[in-house]
Design a protein around this ligand. Structure first.
Ligand SMILES: C[S@@+](CC[C@H](N)C(=O)[O-])C[C@H]1O[C@@H](n2cnc3c(N)ncnc32)[C@H](O)[C@@H]1O
Length: 336
């Protein structure tokens, strides 16, 4: 990324960051990185393949080359730079799904309500759309699929670090609570052939999970259950993973979810919260901006270690360990 020591230029680039975000979103939505996977192409050829206006697509591509996502060669040709490779659908840790989701109109509009959130403490998404994210998506299958694809992308990226940091071999049955379409559970079951798994999420989300588990070759060890974690979750397992779930909720609902899990788990069981942990002042940009994302969209928050302890206590759980898993922490909790 180009840097400049002039603070006026640096702040201007930060202010205009939304333009880069939207440009990446458009390129991801058009599948530009996949079209460049085999090598360089001209802007005209890419426009023909994407059904876009060639001179305008060229303007988008050269802007992306200026921030080192693409590289522009002679004759309006473009190839992927290392950052752009991350936008291919087929790379490990692909961010294509996340980029397609994050700039989509409904989500984008909700971020326009950040000022409202800061003034009132209220959820911007609800303010802008008149519905919470979950009911909004439940009635819009395309947007729901876009979100699930984004979550799958993030889950895949987190899986390797989680498996390296956490010994899943000690468990008999793992329930992935709010596990989306099953990317994380599939990775855990693949790494541990002796393990049984249960994927639990909203019925319309897990509807797509059977085929996913089949493709991953773990369907004989993965049970799929639809429901709401405010009512009940599958009983009797010795590990309950919740990745990026409690950060969607405020403390009242967070305690409700954890209490449901606590009620269901085996006496010797544990809960593994896979979440960003808020760092001390001036550190940890990713968690602190993710916290704003939680404020704006689902209405939740990222938490410090102490805030996780305060959330777990009323649910009858206590922190046994906090394990570093790269961008995330694993907060391992057991019954009191
Ligand atoms: C931020 S996503 C994380 C998904 C997945 N754990 C991951 O890491 O990719 C939160 C998940 O919670 C699920 N969820 C939301 N409300 C739910 C409810 N009441 N009961 C069960 N799952 C719910 C959503 O469908 C979504 O899959």
């Amino acid at each position: 990324m180009q840097s400049d020591s002039n603070p006026a230029i640096t702040i201007r680039r930060l202010i205009d960051g939304y333009q880069v975000s939207q440009a990446i979103h458009v390129a991801a939505t058009l599948g530009i990185a996949d079209l460049l996977a085999k090598g360089s192409r001209t802007a005209d050829a890419l426009a023909a393949d994407t059904g876009t206006h060639a001179p305008t697509l060229y303007r988008l591509l050269r802007a992306l080359a200026s921030v080192e996502i693409l590289r522009e060669g002679n004759g309006r040709t473009f190839e992927l730079a290392p950052l752009g490779q991350q936008l291919r659908a087929d790379t490990a840790g692909s961010m294509a799904g996340w980029a397609a989701f994050i700039g989509s109109p409904g989500y984008w509009q909700a971020w326009g309500g950040l000022l409202h959130s800061v003034r009132t403490g209220e959820n911007a998404f609800q303010h802008v759309h008149g519905a919470d994210v979950w009911s909004y998506r439940a009635s819009r299958p395309e947007e729901s699929a876009l979100f699930d694809r984004a979550m799958t992308a993030l889950s895949r990226q987190a899986s390797a670090a989680l498996l390296a940091a956490c010994d899943f071999g000690r468990f008999r049955t793992v329930v992935d609570v709010g596990g989306g379409t099953g990317a994380l559970l599939a990775a855990v079951l693949t790494a541990h052939p002796g393990l049984q798994g249960i994927l639990f999420d909203q019925p319309h989300v897990v509807a797509a999970a059977g085929a996913f588990m089949q493709r991953a070759g773990v369907s004989d060890r993965a049970r799929i259950v639809g429901g709401s974690f405010f009512d009940e979750v599958p009983e009797g397992a010795d590990a309950y993973v919740l990745r990026s779930v409690v950060h969607d909720w405020d403390d009242v609902d967070g305690v409700r979810i954890l209490a449901t899990v606590r009620k269901a788990m085996a006496a010797d069981g544990c809960v593994l919260l896979v979440e960003r942990v808020i760092a001390p002042p001036n550190e940890g940009r990713d968690a602190k901006f993710s916290d704003l994302n939680m404020l704006v969209a689902p209405g939740g928050r990222e938490r410090t270690r102490e805030e996780f302890e305060a959330l777990l206590g009323p649910a009858g759980l206590r922190v046994a360990a906090v394990i570093d898993a790269g961008a995330f922490g694993v907060i391992e909790a057991v019954t009191r």
